[in-house]
Design a binder for this molecule. Structure first.
Ligand code: LMR
Length: 404
């Protein structure tokens, strides 16, 4: 038995966490997985999460019953407002279907599974992903029988957005193609379109009737402002592009292991939204029965209590600001102190959790082998892994591999 099961390679992101943990080298640095760390390289439990947790602990009404199949209603309703805007006409018109998911990955999976069953692919079961994208996107779509292909996104020459190629390609794709967009803080590049560029991308979606599959894992992390980071999604909704949004609270609430997320699908009518929800419910029931309660209760408390909500926004600013500080310091070290060859402007222009350094896979590997610095082969670094204690060590070693 199982003779025909081929051995799969380890996950390219999570294997870094394991190697880092096993490494006894004292100055080791983990810039692999996108998880926030404080200035001492420690995970940060957000103060607002601690407070919400305490409230839950003291609440005699909390039990361990099943949630409804589509999740905690107070959570999904507030989560929809967070991404689409409290005053969203689509919400007011009852056109938004929201279902609780196993964080952002679960939302991507559920969205993909739903499209796989019900989207009118015209025989062409394909999704278009940005080149590059979060590596897991490929597996998620393949898993439900949708072939992932890529559209141009990142230009290695400018270490920025390949905007013209992107637009030309979107125009060339068959009408009604499904296209995955990162709502903000693009993973892995940290390169986002400007508002003007989003507007032009939106024009093409409308012309070609493309379907927008938004992945929003970093709301708040791009600019430190929740509304600002939701702008592209809201603009697409306002202009009536057909779409869904995958939402994660792993990063912005630091609830990685609690798996809190939601899938929001904006339908053309309330009646369509009801039918869609009924089928999402069937899918959820067969896969997970009903979602986990704990993390959703925490986020629900934070989103629905104005005081906690304000505190959460401050916590997000704390995380986003520390990352911005690290960008500035890394830039300063490379350009002013070490005078590392090449341009490093992208370190400060890229936004969000990640920076795409532009170094080669060989250089990335050299950083790991020679300096115990863990990062993905594509040269992506999680800025949150840098801090005042290790940033000089990182900059000096980056300088060394760049000089060769
Ligand atoms: C990452 O890209 O590092 C994060 O999104 C974590 C993950 O699940 O891969």
């Amino acid at each position: 038995t199982w003779k025909r099961v081929p051995l799969a390679p380890p996950d390219s992101i999570f294997k870094l966490t394991a190697s880092y943990k096993d490494d006894p080298f004292p100055q080791k640095v983990n810039l692999g997985v996108g998880a926030y760390r404080d200035d001492d390289s420690k995970p940060w439990v957000l103060p607002v999460v601690k407070k919400a947790n305490q409230i839950l602990l003291e609440d005699p009404a909390i039990d361990h019953e099943y949630l409804p199949i589509t999740g905690l209603p107070a959570f999904t309703a507030a989560a929809a407002k967070l991404i689409l805007g409290a005053d969203s006409p689509a919400i007011a018109e009852g056109r938004v279907t929201s279902v609780q998911t196993i964080s952002g990955t679960g939302a991507n999976h559920l969205g993909a599974a739903f499209l796989s069953k019900y989207y009118d692919f015209n025989g062409d079961r394909k999704v278009y992903l940005s080149d590059p994208t979060w590596v897991n996107h490929f597996a998620i779509f393949r898993n439900v029988g949708i072939e992932p292909l890529v559209y141009p996104y990142y230009d290695p020459k400018t270490i920025g957005l390949a905007f013209d190629e992107l637009v030309t390609t979107l125009k060339r794709l068959p009408a009604k193609s499904v296209i995955l967009l990162h709502a903000c803080a693009h993973n892995p590049t940290g390169v986002d379109p400007t508002r003007e560029q989003w507007g032009k991308i939106c024009d093409v979606f409308l012309q070609k009737k493309h379907y927008a599959f938004f992945d929003c894992a970093y709301q708040g992390f791009a600019s430190g402002d929740l509304d600002n980071d939701a702008w592209a999604v809201r603009e697409f909704v306002r202009r009536e592009v057909p779409l869904l949004v995958c939402q994660s609270f792993a990063k912005n609430a630091g609830l990685y292991g609690e798996r809190v997320g939601a899938l929001h699908l904006v339908a053309p009518s309330q009646e369509a939204a009801t039918r869609v929800k009924s089928q999402l419910s069937v899918l959820v029931r067969s896969e997970i029965s009903n979602p986990p309660a704990y993390g959703a209760r925490i986020v629900s408390l934070i989103l629905n209590n104005p005081e906690l909500f304000e505190e959460w926004k401050r916590d997000i600013k704390t995380m986003a600001s520390r990352i911005i500080e690290m960008r500035k310091e890394l830039y300063r070290l490379l350009t002013e102190e070490l005078k590392t060859p090449g341009s490093w402007d992208h370190i400060i222009t890229q936004i969000g959790m990640f920076s795409f350094t532009g170094i080669s896979p060989e250089q990335s590997q050299a950083l790991t082998e020679k300096a115990h610095i863990y990062l993905t082969q594509n040269g992506r670094i999680s800025m949150a892994g840098l801090n005042s204690h290790n940033i000089r060590y990182f900059a000096e070693n980056l300088d060394k591999v760049v000089r060769g």
